[in-house]
Design a protein around this ligand. Structure first.
Ligand code: PMP
Length: 288
């Protein structure tokens, strides 16, 4: 594997960054997780846009232009002969001193890893996940805005640990008002009647790219889509539920906090959106 660091390629063994990088010392940096399907990078522009928005929010100057970043991602895929896989793009604040001050970090570092995708086991997609809500609430907008895809994922990691302790793969995170925000690495949707509903971005969810694609696919199929606050009660009484994310794609949820969702099996609308999503991933994206 060839890993891109600041314009050069290194073997896995030699791909190293400094222990003084504030990405390591303080989680000061940002990242993206991107998929390649069938020789194309799916929604690359959208991921690079989000990376630049995250950078802006944390006053980090990415040392490449938007177009250069796109080229660097595609080039890394090419060098690794990656046609289907997962790309991790990281921008750290760079090497500084042991103090917090980011002004001491002279040059942000850009890292691109093009690897195989680690999928959830197939049976989770066939049978659906059983998940729980957890005590750790999603970050407040006024503290660390959840729209920033920062290297500081402790909020999500704590929730993930709580899910694992409860015997589950994923956690539903509520916001400080008690409304559903999202999961630790995925957005959440429910189906109620003929409506698809997902929490609004103001609920404390990441502006998920898969979420956006699913909303578009549903609207194109004539479904009504609403972005409204959801309580746990709304989840328990949904007809269907599924999660969305670049890595997980669309994954059905069949039980939440012990309550069976709908029929207890992945529902028809979820299945039809899964199909549409897969079709789209095979035919669109930036050619490698
Ligand atoms: N929420 C969080 C917290 C995430 O980290 C992610 C990405 N893994 C998502 C939602 C899904 O976003 P996307 O569809 O852009 O991958």
């Amino acid at each position: 594997m060839k890993i891109y660091i600041d314009g050069k390629y290194y073997s896995e063994q030699n791909a190293k960054i400094s222990v003084f990088d504030h990405g390591l010392l303080y989680g000061d940096g940002i990242f993206e997780g991107i998929r390649a399907y069938n020789g194309r990078v799916f929604k690359l522009k959208e991921h690079i846009d989000r990376l630049f928005y995250s950078a802006k929010a944390i006053l980090l100057t990415i040392p490449l232009t938007h177009a250069e970043m796109i080229r660097a991602v595609v080039d890394t895929c090419r060098r690794n002969k990656l046609r289907n896989g997962y790309i991790r793009l990281v921008v750290t604040r760079g090497v500084g001193t042991l103090g917090l001050n980011p002004n001491k970090c002279k040059r942000p570092s850009v890292i691109i890893i093009a690897d195989k995708i680690q999928l959830y086991p197939a049976e989770y997609y066939e049978r659906g996940l059983e998940i729980i809500t957890v005590p750790t609430v999603r970050n407040l907008h006024s503290a660390l805005n959840p729209a920033i895809k920062s290297l500081n994922y402790l909020n999500n990691i704590l929730a993930k640990i709580e899910a694992n302790n409860g015997g589950c793969e994923e956690a539903i995170m509520l916001n400080a008002q008690g409304f559903v925000a999202e999961c630790t690495g995925d957005n959440l949707f429910v189906v109620k009647g003929d409506r698809l509903v997902t929490p609004p971005l103001t609920s404390g969810a990441l502006y998920g790219i898969t979420r956006g694609v699913v909303i578009q696919l549903a609207q194109r199929a004539g479904m009504s889509v609403a972005e409204t606050d959801l309580t746990r009660y709304d989840l328990f009484n949904a007809d269907e539920c599924f999660l969305t994310g670049t890595g997980a794609e669309l994954i059905p949820v069949v039980k939440i906090d012990g309550r069976v969702i709908g029929s207890g099996k992945p529902g028809p609308i979820t299945k039809s959106l899964v199909q549409k999503y897969h079709e789209l991933t095979q035919v669109s994206g930036e050619p490698i």
